[in-house]
Design a protein around this ligand. Structure first.
Ligand SMILES: [Zn+2]
Length: 181
């Protein structure tokens, strides 16, 4: 929806949501999540009540200095590190959890940390090297779970949650505070 003051708002009504909640991403994206039994009107009323908070959260993010874009040399260094580190780690995690994937490729992807194709080939962004190790593992576990469920269904999230020791939500939230440079 388009809010007159706040601009684009992503409305997300889901069976997983337990309450109405608002998240503001570093990109400025605002998501209003609410359970299926809550009307859109009530969710929007909640948004209105928090409009000031949303605006200030956004301006805090905007004021935060963005890290400079990596130089060519830096990208090459990250690529070398990523190629040496990520595929063996993925293999290790796959073995630990008894999951199988096809090929693994390391790319200079800036839009996503990772992806998994319908053939179960996994692609990992070399920018994963800029994340703490536990978040790198979390991204790889997420992609490995797509070899079982090719969607973001409740079953998929239940699997990720199990393989991360019940920390999926926590890790997802932590990951959102990082952006690909
Ligand atoms: Zn996914």
């Amino acid at each position: 929806m388009r809010h007159p003051v706040l601009g684009d708002i992503i409305l997300s009504r889901s069976v997983r949501a337990r309450r109405i909640s608002l998240t503001v991403r570093p990109s400025g994206e605002v998501r209003l999540s609410f359970p299926t039994y809550v009307s859109e009107r009530r969710a929007i009323a909640f948004l209105e009540a928090k409009a000031e908070w949303v605006a200030s959260a956004r301006s805090r993010f905007a004021a935060r200095p963005k890290p400079p874009a990596p130089t060519k040399e830096e990208v090459e260094r990250l690529r070398a590190e990523a190629k040496a580190t990520l595929p063996p780690r993925l293999e290790m995690l796959a073995r630990r959890f008894g999951l199988r994937y096809g090929k693994v490729t390391v790319r200079a992807a800036r839009s996503k940390w990772g992806s998994c194709s319908w053939r179960n080939d996994i692609s990992l962004s070399l920018y994963l090297m800029t994340l703490p190790e536990h978040l790198r593992d979390y991204v790889m576990i997420h992609e490995l779970c797509h070899t079982v469920h090719h969607d973001h269904s409740p079953r998929f999230h239940a699997l990720v949650d199990r393989l991360t020791g019940g920390k999926e939500k926590l890790l997802a939230r932590e990951l959102r505070s990082y952006s690909i440079r």
